[in-house]
Design a protein around this ligand. Structure first.
Ligand SMILES: CC(C)(COP(=O)(O)OP(=O)(O)OC[C@H]1O[C@@H](n2cnc3c(N)ncnc32)[C@H](O)[C@@H]1OP(=O)(O)O)[C@@H](O)C(=O)NCCC(=O)NCCS
Length: 152
């Protein structure tokens, strides 16, 4: 079955239930409030979905931080579909969409131990922009990518 990609068009709060179900299947020990508390407060949320056979199988969720930066907050692909280029395609679409919306920069934070995500970001043109320890004492890598202008 082929995977389709679409941007969520409605208010992002309306996506809360299916998104929560997806997060639970992607992240081990997912804390519901991590998503539900922040979802209604995101500025200019941009949600991209990977859909197979009508089922949500992957997502990429970003929002505006500052005038020209999209913060790519959360994303992932269900374990069954990993290794098939789904996350890479979601990211390509997010970046093209962001550039078309006038964003100049994408930033993301990833736990330092998460090699798959850090490698994927590097292969999609991100650079390492910093390192920090989050509120729970977990080391985190900050990565940034400058977007090509849509006219270029
Ligand atoms: C990280 C994640 C999104 C990758 O999804 P995916 O659809 O399997 O990734 P893709 O198939 O698009 O891989 C694209 C590239 O990423 C890199 N990559 C992906 N998985 C990797 C792994 N396990 N180890 C090393 N590199 C990896 C590779 O460079 C790969 O390209 P290649 O296949 O040509 O070598 C997926 O593993 C996931 O959902 N993990 C759990 C959620 C998560 O950690 N999210 C990030 C924090 S919010």
């Amino acid at each position: 079955m082929s995977v389709g990609y679409e941007r969520w068009q409605g208010p992002v709060a309306d996506a809360a239930d299916p998104l929560l179900a997806l997060c639970r299947s992607i992240f081990p020990d997912f804390t519901d409030s991590y998503l539900l508390d922040r979802l209604p407060r995101l500025t200019d949320p941009m949600l991209w979905l990977a859909v197979e056979g009508g089922e949500w199988q992957g997502f990429k969720l970003g929002y505006r931080r500052g005038g020209d930066m999209l913060y790519s907050w959360l994303g992932g692909v269900t374990p069954e579909l990993r290794g098939r280029g789904v996350a890479a395609e979601l990211m390509r679409r997010q970046h093209a969409d962001a550039a078309a919306c006038g964003y100049r920069l994408v930033e993301t934070r990833t736990r330092a131990a998460n090699n798959p995500m850090i490698v994927l970001n590097l292969r999609q043109g991100f650079h390492v922009a910093g390192f920090e320890t989050d509120a729970r004492g977990i080391p985190v890598v900050i990565q940034r990518k400058e977007l090509a202008s849509p006219q270029a």
